[in-house]
Design a protein around this ligand. Structure first.
Ligand code: THG
Length: 687
């Protein structure tokens, strides 16, 4: 068994100079003009389907050719060889009927590269040559439907994708690679499946290799094929704690520059770039000459953008030689002091959909849309039961247009196959950019439904929720799985004794959970969102009178006791006893939020678009509501109930009330931002 490089030595190397990755394998194989018979060799002479073009098979049938190409790249100055295993996964090889060969292809591919690297290292021991196990994206995607008429359809499941990578990872590790390289990623869900496969195999083998993640920006929109911006994608990968992240393939170095600059500014790990030799010409060939590629990459080096540079499609040993020459002596990129979105002491919670969402301790209140919940909306439940997915998605769009920064999706209903409904709905809304822009909060009391949701979301979402209800072992198991799948977690103030309703119990349960998550599940505190239980008040039961106060006070104490965490709550729960009276309910929510936000509430599950503004609540209604909230008088509930009878009616459709347009322009200009109406700002500003 060859010894792979230690992490200490690898980190010392990458801090000392820019490391050079090799260039394209395909371009070099093409030069040999191999025939069908060459691809087959003796072993596959009788194989049923065509094998020409299956480059990964050459590690078995023409190993001397592959080894010679590896040697050429090392002689040209590469530090890191990529194994010839880009398509050696069960999904891609099924096109050739060779799925059974995955382990062997990767084992031999890794051994070949390892052998050449060790040979050159032996010749020049002060300069170790390394091997990165190449894992391509497969030819399917988990975020995009291949059928435009069926947006929720997927050609493969997350678990199938994960399984397709498992034997690849086993083969690469057993073959002796130093690093694992997940490359040319076009879809973050595919990458998440590969990451889970890597972690499972590493657990099985008791090893942990440095992971390189490299994605592709397919066009000048600056997004992945599946639609994510650079920062949103980065946030969706952060949980894997990669050794490096970077961009490869696609546009060539010239057009890659702004995206690499952005990635380089935010990434807390090393950064790589290995572009194509420019854009392909009409014949699919790459014309960019070695000197040109090298000059562009030299600029990346001098701009401090990269720690690892190399070439992708169309690059040759001549390109790599020119590159190695041009960056000799260049100083490698230095990692930024703060994480993405971080400002000193502000504990940024980082989430994403197609776009990033940074929640700092001093951010505004974040709204999580509640209506995409079959138990929280009769209309939504009906649409899901009737398979009206487009109309159900419209509910999510309404929430986003109403200002939701996140969408809570809940399918917990006895008559539904909740796992299937969660999967279908999340896959459906993944194709609607207006919704997919925001992070998803997967809401269920069933672990199987939460898991189903985790397998669909492209960004970094939130699992809602876990708790200590079933004890520590269950809690930690779920917490670790959520981290592995790349989400943040809502933790309810609930333990083996039940739901916490006093301040002391809420705080002590959250502190206990905080320690467990940080000490035993590897959590970053900013990935923990505590929910101290918003419970219904004014129910007529005296023991419920302190529930609002207890939530608010517990929020304050949890924030102080658990640095870095966020606080959330299901706000509409508070007013359940006033169902049917939206005016009173909305006043209760607005008043509660006004005080809870001051105590440290960061976000809440609300009916986005139907939140009242505290300052707009009529004084008499507000007084009755706050009497109840703060349990200020023994008859508070009774008085609010009586008052409520007089203000019955619908609180809805306030956005259509345009009487404020008749006010003087100064007032209109201050009204608009407070009420979140953007439609008239331009005309008013001009006036
Ligand atoms: N904490 C966490 N998650 C949660 C909750 C929480 N998820 C669910 C719930 N509580 C938050 N979501 C809602 C959604 C809707 C309503 C209340 C809470 C609601 N719906 C109207 C009703 O029941 O009167 C429905 C009316 C209609 O059908 O249109 O009030 O606390 N972590």
């Amino acid at each position: 068994m060859p010894t792979r490089i230690s992490l200490e030595r690898l980190n010392a190397l990458v801090q000392d100079r820019i490391l050079i990755l090799d260039g394209a394998m395909g371009t070099m194989i093409q030069r040999h003009k191999l025939t069908e018979a060459d691809y087959r060799g003796d072993r596959f002479a009788g194989h049923a389907s065509d094998l020409r073009g299956n480059n990964d098979l050459l590690v078995l049938t023409q190993p001397q050719i592959i080894a010679a190409i590896h040697r050429k790249y090392l002689d040209a100055g590469a530090d890191i060889l990529e194994t010839n295993t880009f398509n050696a996964n069960a999904v891609s090889q099924s096109d050739y009927g060779l799925e059974s060969l995955i382990y062997e292809l990767n084992l031999e591919g890794a051994r070949l590269a390892r052998g050449v690297a060790d040979e050159v290292t032996a010749e020049w021991p002060s300069r170790p040559r390394l091997v990165a196990g190449s894992m391509g994206p497969t030819n399917r995607t988990l975020s995009i439907s291949p059928d435009v008429n069926n947006p929720a359809f997927r050609s493969i499941t997350f678990d199938e994708m994960k399984a397709a990578y498992v034997d690849q990872v086993r083969g690469l590790i057993d073959g002796g690679v130093d690093l694992l390289l997940l490359e040319t990623i076009i879809d973050a869900v595919n990458a998440k499946a590969a990451i889970v496969a890597v972690q499972e195999v590493q657990d099985e083998k008791g090893v942990a290799l440095p992971l390189m993640i490299s994605f592709t920006i397919t066009d000048r929109s600056g997004r992945t094929l599946a639609g994510q911006t650079v920062d949103a994608f980065y946030l969706a990968m952060e949980h894997a704690r990669p050794w490096s992240i970077g961009i490869n393939c696609a546009l060539g170095a010239r057009d890659m520059r702004p995206y690499l600059a952005e990635l380089s500014r935010m990434a807390g790990c090393w950064v790589s770039a290995y572009p194509n030799a420019g854009l392909p010409n009409a014949f699919g060939q790459y014309d960019e000459q070695p000197a040109e590629t090298a000059a562009l990459l030299k600029d990346f080096a001098e701009s401090g953008f990269a720690n690892i540079l190399g070439g992708c499609c169309g690059t040759t040993p001549d390109h790599i030689r020119a590159l190695a020459e041009s960056v000799k002596g260049a100083r490698p990129r230095v990692k930024p002091d703060a994480g993405p979105g971080d400002q000193a002491g502000r504990h940024t919670t980082r989430l994403s959909g197609l776009e990033p969402l940074y929640i700092r301790s001093d951010s505004n209140f974040q709204m999580i849309g509640e209506r995409t919940n079959v138990t929280g909306s009769k209309r939504f439940a009906r649409l899901i039961k009737d398979d009206k997915w487009a109309e159900a998605a419209a509910v999510a769009i309404e929430q986003v247009r109403g200002g939701a920064n996140m969408i809570d999706v809940n399918m917990d209903e006895g008559m539904l196959d909740s796992e299937a409904a969660m999967t279908t709905f999340l896959n459906y809304i993944a194709t609607e950019p207006e919704i997919a822009r925001v992070p998803i909060m997967i809401d269920s009391s069933k672990w199987s439904v939460l898991q189903a949701g985790l397998k669909c979301v492209q960004g970094k979402g939130v699992v809602n929720s876990i708790s200590l209800k079933e004890g520590e072992a269950d809690f930690l198991h779920k917490a670790k799985m959520i981290r592995r799948y790349g989400a943040a977690a809502i933790v309810m103030a609930f333990d083996e004794q039940g739901q916490a309703d006093t301040i002391a119990r809420k705080v002590s349960i959250c502190v206990r959970a905080y320690r467990l998550l940080i000490d035993q599940a590897g959590y970053d505190p900013t990935d923990i969102i505590f929910d101290p239980n918003v419970l219904a008040i004014a129910t007529g039961l005296e023991e419920h009178n302190e529930y609002a106060i207890n939530f608010i006070e517990a929020a304050r104490e949890i924030k102080a006791a658990c640095p870095g965490v966020k606080i959330s709550g299901g706000i509409s729960n508070l007013s359940f006893s006033f169902r049917g009276n939206d005016i009173v309910r909305e006043a209760m929510h607005a008043a509660f939020l006004f005080h809870a936000i001051k105590a440290g509430l960061d976000m809440g599950i609300v009916n986005a678009g139907q939140l009242a503004v505290y300052e707009d609540i009529p004084a008499d209604l507000l007084e009755h509501v706050e009497d109840v909230l703060f349990n200020r008088r023994p008859d508070a509930t009774e008085r609010l109930v009586q008052f409520a009878d007089r203000v019955k009616g619908s609180g809805k459709k306030r956005e259509l009330d345009l009487t404020w347009r008749e006010k003087p322009v100064e007032e209109r200009l201050s009204f608009a931002p407070v009420h979140g109406v953007v439609d008239f700002i331009e005309v008013d500003a001009e006036e």
